[in-house]
Ligand binder design. Structure first.
Ligand code: CAA
Length: 382
């Protein structure tokens, strides 16, 4: 067993760190304040090869795996969680299922554009009445000549305003038992009847775009069905296993940023004649933050490694997200506390980290859904 990243992983880490410092760090706070989608940062991410990191080489990507992606996403999220989630969704929830379940034509049509960053990907499962209970979606796909007509409303779609391709789930057989009768479709925003609805105003990850989608008789040809008709719910959940590694990596990145900022501040800030880091009350918080960060990263890397090996890892992906997101929120809380009043202002970045951390326990399966997945899998593996 070897706990070191190999040379290729270190290369990804170093180029992601260079990009994050050069492109994201000078702008992240402003983009957050202005709620501005950072198109230029995504163009630079594409130029650096990040948009196609995990896309197979024959379709224009770098052919790397989940562990590379976890390393990339930690670096991006340590500086800008809005860009972090945008990339995470693009890679894990769009490129990955197309590479895995797409037909040869679909792969040839979409993967090179996604890898080059010409097209940004979005994933659309959730609906206003179907969040944690994802199988309860109602967006309806009716059979018509040569394809399907989709009607319904989707919610909480990351990159809704800017995506050129949506992996969108709709009900093809309303009489099927729960979890069946759902199909994955590749939908483009230029389709007649497709509209991007309300853009959410959010507490954190404010430079990412999160929207509703409204579909009214949107025609999707048979060639744009992803995977098998009526079997899309399994694709949705299997895809989310990988997505949860991405969000867990996001939590690791934000957590690390909280620790680094707190270490800095605790050395600079003097009270009672000493840097506050000399006081046990602060030093122990820092020690706990650092220990939990390592535990989170190890869980994330294990889940990513297992997925790269093709091993069953639904439980490990959920464990990583469950633990890393909670640890990240504790770290963000402690970071603000260590900074005191300063941490409550926009002059210090921990205020933004605190707001961004919150979402990691909510999307791609809230904390209690991860517990549900872990507990069900414990029973299955008995
Ligand atoms: N991989 C493949 N198949 C899976 C699976 C997985 N990880 N998990 C379950 N399945 C299979 C099951 O075996 C079952 O099939 P069989 O009946 O043949 O055995 C079928 O899928 C249905 O599974 P469940 O019975 O477990 O389904 P459920 O209705 O009880 O729901 C759930 C399970 C875990 C609660 C699921 O609904 C869930 O994960 N909910 C959370 C939704 C979520 O994460 N949404 C994220 C939205 S995307 C987002 O946030 C992205 C973004 O933009 C940032």
């Amino acid at each position: 067993m070897d706990f070191h990243l190999d040379e290729e992983h270190r290369m990804v880490r170093d180029s992601a760190r260079e990009y994050a410092e050069r492109v994201l760090a000078p702008n992240a706070a402003r983009w957050d304040a202005e709620e501005r989608f950072p198109e230029e940062a995504l163009a630079e991410a594409a130029a650096a090869g990040f948009m196609g990191l995990t896309v197979p080489e024959e379709y224009g990507g770098a052919g790397m795996g989940n562990l590379h992606s976890a390393v990339l996403l930690e670096e991006l999220n340590a500086v800008d969680a809005s860009v972090g989630v945008t990339l995470s969704v693009h890679l894990s929830l769009v490129c990955a299922p197309i590479a895995k379940h797409g037909t040869e034509e679909q792969k040839r049509e979409w993967l090179p554009k996604l890898a080059a960053g010409e097209v940004l990907g979005a994933y659309s499962l959730t609906e206003p009445q179907a969040g944690s209970d994802a199988a309860a979606i109602r967006c309806r796909a009716e059979r018509v000549d040569g394809g399907w007509k989709l009607t319904g409303t989707k919610a909480w779609v990351t990159s809704g305003t800017h995506a050129g391709l949506f992996v969108l789930y709709a009900v093809t057989d309303p009489d099927a038992k729960k979890g069946y009768g759902i199909t994955a479709f590749l939908v483009t925003p230029d389709s007649e009847g497709f509209a991007v609805g309300k853009k959410e105003e959010k507490l954190g990850i404010r430079a990412s775009s999160t929207t509703e989608l409204v579909l009214e008789d949107v025609f999707v040809p048979d060639e744009r069905v992803l995977g098998t008709v009526d079997q899309g719910f399994k694709i949705a959940l299997e895809t989310l296993d990988g997505g949860r590694i991405g969000i867990a990596s996001q939590a690791v990145g934000i957590h690390r940023a909280c620790l680094e900022a707190s270490l800095r501040y605790s050395e600079e800030r003097v009270q009672f004649g000493r840097p506050i880091g000399d006081f046990q009350a602060i030093a122990w918080k820092l020690a706990d933050m650092a220990t939990a960060l390592d535990a989170s990263r190890l869980l994330v890397h294990r889940a990513a490694w297992m997925r790269d090996q093709g091993l069953p890892c639904t439980m490990e992906c959920s464990m990583a997200k469950l633990f890393a997101s909670r640890a990240c929120n504790q770290a963000a809380q402690d970071a603000v506390q260590i900074h005191g009043g300063a941490g409550y202002t926009k002059e210090f970045p921990v205020e933004r980290f605190y707001r961004d951390a919150r979402i990691t326990e909510i999307y791609e399966g809230a904390t209690d859904i991860q517990r549900l997945v872990v507990s069900r899998n414990l029973k299955k593996r008995k």
